[in-house]
Design a protein around this ligand. Sequence first.
Ligand SMILES: O=P(O)(O)O[C@H]1O[C@H](CO)[C@@H](O)[C@H]1O
Length: 292
Amino acid sequence: MFPESTTGPSFEDCSATAEWLLSQTDIRPLVGIVCGSGLGGLAEMLKDQKAFKYSNIPNFPQSTVHGHAGMLVFGTLKGKPCVCMQGRFHLYEGYSIQKVTLPIRIFKLLGVKTVLLTNAAGGLNPDYKVGDIMLIKDHINIPGFAGNNPLTGPNEERFGIRFPSMSDAYDKELLQLAKAVGVELGYGDFLHEGVYCVLGGPSFETIAECRMMHKLGADAVGMSTVHEVIVARHCGMRVLALSLITNQAVMNYDSQKKANHEEVLETGQLRAEQLERLVTSMVDRIEDHNNV
Ligand SMILES: O=P(O)(O)O[C@H]1O[C@H](CO)[C@@H](O)[C@H]1O
């Protein structure tokens, strides 16, 4: 038997939430978007909006972090039906990892084929500058090393298999497309492809931890996204994820700099428009199919 804390919301709970949402709107989303810290402006790009406060959605957790509005917005982007989480959940908010990733399973049950995830992240790669965009090509799941994986517990076969691969987590076709679209938009000088490392938070990293992650091959660090990617891939949705480098991780003992959430939100505002353009152009160009 699995302990209660590792079972998470049931398939029936997820279905009930999806059915409730589908009964409230005619939009049948093919693309699901998750907005990172300070990046919620993306949701405003949706046309013909139908928005739900998280507090009004059955079984949904509540957003508790500044910069995460707590609204689920349905609408169209470039004519394509989308659903957008204006605010995500994080482990450090105290939710179980299954609850943190519940909306991704709801996306699946709503009919979503492709998930576009955004986040704010600290740059570990010395070549990255504040305001750069990193397309995520791979991840390092530090909580996962210690057994904190969203697929822990009995496997729900209706979503996916017990042991999903993660070597193909980030869709290569979408990555190529995002690079091409980024260059077309003139973002070539501040667009990278790199590895995202997730930590539990909410405390920011020590200098030694930043040095360790960089040595392990990580280019950016954050406290989200990876759990969502694992759940999205488990149920066969395609994934594109990108980080806005909102601050440079402190790697040097001589530095007076300290990571802080205000800087994260400020950088989000500075680059919001460019990020919105990139995501909108991607939505316009992606083809809607699964990639299991
Ligand atoms: O990953 P998102 O949700 O963008 O948020 C990032 O910003 C917060 C820290 O400032 C952390 O929650 C980190 O994960």
